[in-house]
Design a protein around this ligand. Sequence first.
Ligand code: ADP
Ligand code: MG
Length: 345
Amino acid sequence: MTESFVRVDNVAKRWNGQLGVEHIDLDIPRGAFVALLGPSGCGKSTTLRLLSGLELPDEGSIHIDGREVTLAAPSERNLSMVFQSYALFPHLSVAENVVFGLKVRRVAAAERREKLKRALEITGLLGYEDRKPGELSGGQRQRVALARAIVANQPLCLMDEPLSNLDAKLRASVRKDIKKLQLDLGITVVYVTHDQTEAMSMADMVVLMKDGRIQQTGAPEDLYYKPANTFVAEFVGSPPMALIDGSALPGFDGVASIGLRAENVTVVEPGTGRLTCQVSECEFLGSETFIGLSHPSAKGLTVSMPGLKHIPNGETLEITFSDSDLHFFDSAGERTEHKKHATAD
Ligand code: ADP
Ligand code: MG
């Protein structure tokens, strides 16, 4: 068995007895890109701060690179951090901001210059050395924060929603920069985000949290194709997985809810479908249109059609899907297996 680079064992953190995070277990291989994903308040930042040493756990242990660091100070953990707020010094230039930590650690001037040049090259900031943060765009400021993490040259980098102050287009491009950087430097990244697209597109391993607890840990495709519960099913994917009441489908009345993804739904001729629905909205995305469907026993039903489609709201559509594309969940919302039982038809 390969030794994990970061290991978190049964960690809990509470605030005056109130929920922070509970039962956090993580096993992160060296060089992995891990996304901590979940809605606001679910405990992502708390988990990251526990890794960094900015918070200390009430229970459990944390190991980094084979060394126990549960109660160690942040400076003893060999890690760098990038935050949403950039945390740049406004009165210092780009260059001074980037090498600030090196100066504090009394790294020699020649080495500082060399590291600075390389970090600015990697982040596309050459030529901006003398600007102040106030003279940069949001994307450039975020790159300065990244450059600072690069010169720190630590094997582990923790990032807390580093892109959430950027507009959508910039977010998509900086996302690629960060991913490339992580691969080029060969570092391990733990990346907090509430954006499932970000997590799914960047991470090798996604940790989806809710109410202070991990719901599922796995590769993006594990969460997408094998959601552990209905929360995961509805959080991951755009559009989310539809959930159908088992009683609405012959042969599945023993199942509490049935999950179905838009790409597995087909519209068929009247009289030949498995569910009869009403069109509730059409969302045109360019290469495809998502048609929202309403049905009294289902929520989130969507069918994807290629190109531009206009179907009036209220129009009746019949849909079908194959049993092999269905996901089954019990009354507690947990994933379960189900064998269809024989029906009259
Ligand atoms: P996320 O980053 O996923 O939005 P957080 O980790 O910041 O969530 O917060 C998780 C929970 O812990 C929330 O209920 C939050 O209110 C609580 N919490 C976080 N930090 C503190 C703190 N310093 N004092 C009290 N409660 C906190
Ligand atoms: Mg947070």
